[in-house]
Design a protein around this ligand. Structure first.
Ligand code: CMC
Length: 429
């Protein structure tokens, strides 16, 4: 049988090394023994943006980017979107198994009963400017929750971690909805424990003067599906931020604030809002070829297209396209859909996109649904953050329990000046 090792010959020294291969990878620290002199630090691998570096072993999410496969704990995303609920999927992602009925009931009970936020949080929410971006408010307030729960610092106690997990999953929609109401100058709507997770979120966003808010069941289900699709996506930018920041053993509220900050950027969770702006700027189906010319001339990016891992159709985008039809049966068709469909049709036949294997990603169609459901553009990354919170927490917990992990601390290749002496100001030219 072939040996699971890699033999490396260092042509600088002529020495040969045999390095074990495990799970299709070598340990980067095994390269350290490759030295040319006693004071040589040892060979490093150089991998900006982690293009070919596994930063952890994980049992949470599996992606096959070539085949367009996404599974949470082994379960295909298509089955979860069709048959599960967001809270059940959150349980699965955090615990590794689908819950039994009593486990699910207990889980839903705890999340439902932690949705309230301290009244003081409203006070500092009020301090934000009237047009503050809701994602900025969410990042600030979720980080500030750590000051309300100082016990959360006790991250090595499993029962304590479980408590903070309930709180974070439960309170994210409340913070998000309050941030949205603040931007409208509307009074905050409190959680309603009679409603589902998504239904209650719609209640906190859109309740006006009615005594009891009744969410539309089609929209409530669509939102639940969208949350499921966003639960986790293995080592993406924000999960990596969560693990990296969490590896300093900071409390989970601070780590989630860091992850949400990473998500805010237009290349990550901010892309769904950027897609909407792009579709608005294109304006009509007829102008699609002209816009794609600009993309090919590198004057614009086709937002919602391309992915570091998927080199075929993102399975989440397929499900969102189907969900869009159900939403439009209630809300009426969003005219931006026609522009998006035309963009997709032309791009998927165009050599530029075919050669680079650029396909629609999760953000391409999600914004169109959100807009039809009445969500303002600024809140799209906030919706992403709510859905992704269980995934961040699962990644955080797996990192904490993994004996291979330590505080994250990459190396660098220093290419700056060598030693030089300080020059007084009057002597500098
Ligand atoms: N429009 C036009 N060209 C693109 C696009 C795009 N959306 N995406 C990639 N390319 C080109 C890129 O210029 C490069 O061309 P070349 O090889 O000639 O230099 C080639 O395709 C490979 O792209 P890359 O930038 O090396 O790929 P990456 O893995 O570094 O970036 C990405 C992935 C998602 C950041 C990028 O595709 C992108 O900027 N897409 C638009 C933003 C977007 O939709 N982001 C959401 C990602 S999915 C959800 C999430 O993670 O939050």
């Amino acid at each position: 049988m072939a040996k699971e090792t890699l033999t490396i010959t260092d042509n600088r020294s002529g020495k040969t090394y045999e390095i074990p291969i495990e799970h299709g990878a070598i340990r980067a620290t095994d390269l350290r023994q490759i030295r040319v002199s006693e004071d040589d630090f040892g060979l490093l691998s150089y991998d900006p943006a982690f293009m070919n570096t596994a930063s952890c072993k994980s049992t949470i999410t599996f992606i096959d980017g070539d085949k367009g496969i996404l599974r949470y704990r082994g379960y295909p995303i298509e089955q979860l979107a069709e048959r599960s609920t967001f809270l059940e999927t959150a349980y699965l992602i955090l615990h590794g198994e689908l819950p039994t009925r009593p486990q699910l009931e207990e889980w839903v009970y705890h999340i439902t009963h932690h949705t309230m936020i301290h009244e003081h949080i409203k006070k500092f929410m009020d301090g934000f400017h009237y047009d503050a971006h809701p994602m900025g408010i969410l990042v600030g307030t979720v980080g500030a929750l750590s000051t309300f729960y100082p016990d959360a610092k006790n991250i090595l106690d499993p029962a304590n971690r479980q408590y903070q997990i309930y709180r974070l999953i439960a309170k994210m929609p409340t913070l998000a909805a309050f941030a949205y109401r603040h931007s409208l100058g509307m009074p905050y709507a409190y959680p309603d424990n009679d409603l589902s997770y998504g239904g209650n979120f719609l209640n906190m966003l859109f309740k006006a003067t009615e005594l009891k808010y009744k969410p539309d069941p089609v929209l409530e289900k669509a939102l639940d599906v969208l949350f499921i699709l966003h639960v986790d996506h293995e080592q993406n930018c924000s999960a990596n931020a969560m693990r990296s920041v969490g590896s300093s053993h900071v409390d989970p509220y601070s780590a989630v604030a860091a992850a949400a900050t990473a998500l805010y950027g237009p290349l990550h969770g901010g892309a769904n809002a950027a897609v909407l702006r792009m579709l608005g700027e294109i304006g009509s189906k007829e102008k699609v070829p002209e816009f794609l010319k600009k993309v090919k001339a590198r004057e614009a990016l086709l937002m919602g297209f391309g992915h570091r891992v998927y080199k075929s159709y993102d399975p989440r985008a397929k499900i969102i396209r189907q969900t869009a039809e159900q939403v439009f049966s209630v809300t009426g068709r969003n005219p931006l859909l026609d522009i998006a469909l035309e963009l997709e049709r032309i791009a998927l036949e165009d050599d530029f996109f075919v050669k680079r294997r650029l396909y629609p990603n999760v953000d391409f169609y999600s914004g169109i649904i959100y807009q039809a459901m009445g969500f303002p553009v600024d809140i799209y990354p906030v919706l992403f953050a709510i859905g992704r919170t269980p995934g961040w927490l699962a990644q955080w917990q797996e990192m904490l329990l993994d004996p291979d992990q330590k505080i994250a601390r990459p190396r660098q290749l220093y290419i700056g000046s060598g030693h030089r002496d300080y020059v007084p100001l009057e002597k500098r030219r």
